[in-house]
Write a protein that binds this ligand. Structure first.
Ligand SMILES: [Zn+2]
Length: 144
């Protein structure tokens, strides 16, 4: 006998904050296609989120608006991957990194054309949309 349900809602059990449907933040992809890397900002308390969230964990409001990640962030840390998760095996080696924009941080990849010897913690970088060879879209970090 199977205990499989019509709706698979197991992810609701994950983490300490209630699960939010991904569809609420799917505009992130549309924004990327319009060459904008975006996060969300709470209209009530002004808190900013990246990756975008549709609910504010500070004041619990769901009154959110999009903002474009602009300007530069400071490279906090990075790591070159020689082994990749399933689905990314063809991409290695690549570097994952974290940029600090002050009010929020952005996790992502360094652009493939950033010379390794020029990458330094503390350097200014900017997140920009990036079209992949297979037509998918993401964002990568370039030197500012
Ligand atoms: Zn808020």
């Amino acid at each position: 006998m199977s205990d499989k349900k019509e709706v698979d809602d197991r992810f609701k059990k994950f983490g300490t904050v209630s699960f939010t449907s991904l569809t609420k933040t799917n505009d992130f992809i549309t924004n990327l296609e319009e060459a904008k890397v975006t996060g969300t900002k709470c209209r009530v308390c002004g808190m900013t989120f990246f990756p975008p969230r549709s609910d504010c964990y500070s004041c619990l409001s769901s009154d959110m608006e999009w903002f474009t990640v602009s300007g530069t962030g400071k490279l906090v840390t990075y790591s070159k991957l020689q082994y990749a998760p399933v689905g990314f095996e063809g991409d290695v080696p690549y570097s994952i990194a974290l940029l600090d924009y002050g009010a929020f941080k952005v996790f992502g990849r360094l652009a493939g054309d950033v010379p390794e010897e020029e990458v330094m913690v503390g350097m200014k970088m900017k997140a920009e949309p990036n079209r992949l060879p297979n037509g998918q879209i993401n964002y990568v970090f370039h030197k500012a």
